[in-house]
Design a protein around this ligand. Sequence first.
Ligand SMILES: [Zn+2]
Ligand SMILES: [Zn+2]
Length: 250
Amino acid sequence: MTTNAIIMLLVIATLGHVMAGIWYMAFRNKWSICDRKIYNIEISDKQLARELKNSIHTPLHAVILAAFLYAGCFPDREVTGFFITIAIAFVWAEIWHYASHRAMHLKSLHWIHVEHHKSHVNSPFTAISFSFTEKLVFDLGYLIVLALLDLVFPLNFYGVAGWYVGYLIVNSFSHANFELRPGDYNSMLGKVLTSTTYHSLHHSRYTGNYGLATRALDQIFATEWTDYEKLYRRVASEHRPLDKLREKVE
Ligand SMILES: [Zn+2]
Ligand SMILES: [Zn+2]
């Protein structure tokens, strides 16, 4: 294993906590990026303590990726291979996240996902609060399929790892209780990509809006909350947070 690969794995092992630390400082010190609150509901210290305790599983991403690297997977090191791999990884992660997330909302599998859903209003630590099994299922599904593809078309390790870096950053944005994106976000980029408000609705209402970075699969399978864009406008343009978890803006 090269020094660069070890550095990459260390970044993946710690980035979730670094991002959570930044959002925690922003939240505690009331930075202006926290101004557009999504839910006007207090987050208890008990919730923060529980989430922080669960975050012990977060470095699992790096441990499992290291095992695949040690087994000889993802040997490509070319620039072209990096871009091809990260594109494949992005598409597969969107599909796998949506499918496994919906499966984990079935009664028989919900025990895997229930810990993450104990947070109804998201805090700076919700993005790193998952059960060990949920992280294991997600990582194995993501990496096994890429490793199978790697047998016929060698993939680039930094492309596979680069997706994790993007995921850890974007996932931490997606779990704050404030909207960071501009008010007119849904007129362009937001038609395709999700937002913090998008995932907040999944936590407060418990179902719907299952997608990770994109809205496509929620739209295809009709699982997107229909009042999402109105609600986004209310939070991000009108600066009027929601007062109740199940509140709708039809
Ligand atoms: Zn869920
Ligand atoms: Zn979540």
